[in-house]
Design a protein around this ligand. Structure first.
Ligand code: COA
Length: 199
């Protein structure tokens, strides 16, 4: 499944492949308790981040179910790395992909994650010809739910205490969007259209 050429520029951001010199910036994100609160893994040591970065650099294709690629997201103006995006190939047969995103709290509240995720959804539908894009999250992760709603994604499921994550039972929410819905989101959702002003 051929990915678009990177880097990709959006209104305020650049989506690009990870490189070895991103270690400090990735560690600054992944070592934080507030970043990992709703993730499957807890704050990572520098050695763990080094491994995670090497893995990310090695993920270059979406070929078979379960493959994923991770893109670094930086501010176009300054080159500062603000977060990353993950695109998983859930099912080639059903043309279904899953999106994920992790951003540094210092850069929260400007719509950067929404802008980047909108571009990832665009890649999934317009470039990779996906039929359905999903997102799975801890239902308590309200910042993430709001992001998905800004994209025009629909909440499809709320599973109650179905996953045992790092010592507690967590609820899981599932959001989804179909290619047909994406066509209308492109014209009706202000954050997808990229209209809101800079924060
Ligand atoms: C989930 C996560 C990316 C959301 O971050 P965020 O800063 O809320 O998202 P954005 O960068 O899109 O910013 C949106 C906020 O900025 C505001 N905003 C300001 N200018 C904006 C603009 N031009 N466009 C969109 N939103 C804008 C929005 O109103 C919104 O605020 P609100 O949620 O209080 O209403 C972030 O909390 C995170 O990385 N968490 C840790 C990792 C994680 O849990 N990932 C998700 C796993 S499922």
């Amino acid at each position: 499944m051929p990915l678009p050429a990177f880097p990709i520029k959006t209104r305020r951001l650049v989506l690009r492949r990870y490189a070895a010199d991103d270690l400090d910036a990735l560690h600054a994100v992944q070592s934080r308790e507030d970043v990992t609160r709703y993730l499957y893994w807890g704050p990572r040591t520098r050695e763990e981040v080094e491994k995670a970065l090497a893995e990310r650099i090695g993920l270059t294709a979406l070929s078979v179910d379960g493959d994923r690629v991770v893109l670094a997201v930086e501010l176009a103006e300054t080159g500062v790395l603000v977060g990353d995006l993950t695109l998983f190939l859930v099912s080639r047969e059903n043309r279904t992909a899953e999106i994920g995103y992790i951003f540094h709290p210092d850069h929260a509240g400007h719509g950067y994650a929404t802008e980047a995720a909108a571009e990832l959804v665009r890649i999934a539908f317009d470039h990779l010809d996906m039929h359905r894009v999903v997102a799975r999250l801890d239902a308590a992760n309200t910042a993430s739910s709001r992001l998905l709603e800004r994209l025009g994604m629909r909440k499809e499921a709320h599973f109650v205490r179905n996953e045992y994550v790092r010592g507690r039972w967590a609820d899981e929410a599932v959001y989804a969007m179909l290619a047909s819905e994406w066509e209308s989101a492109k014209t009706t959702e202000p954050f997808v259209r990229g209209l809101p002003g800079d924060a």
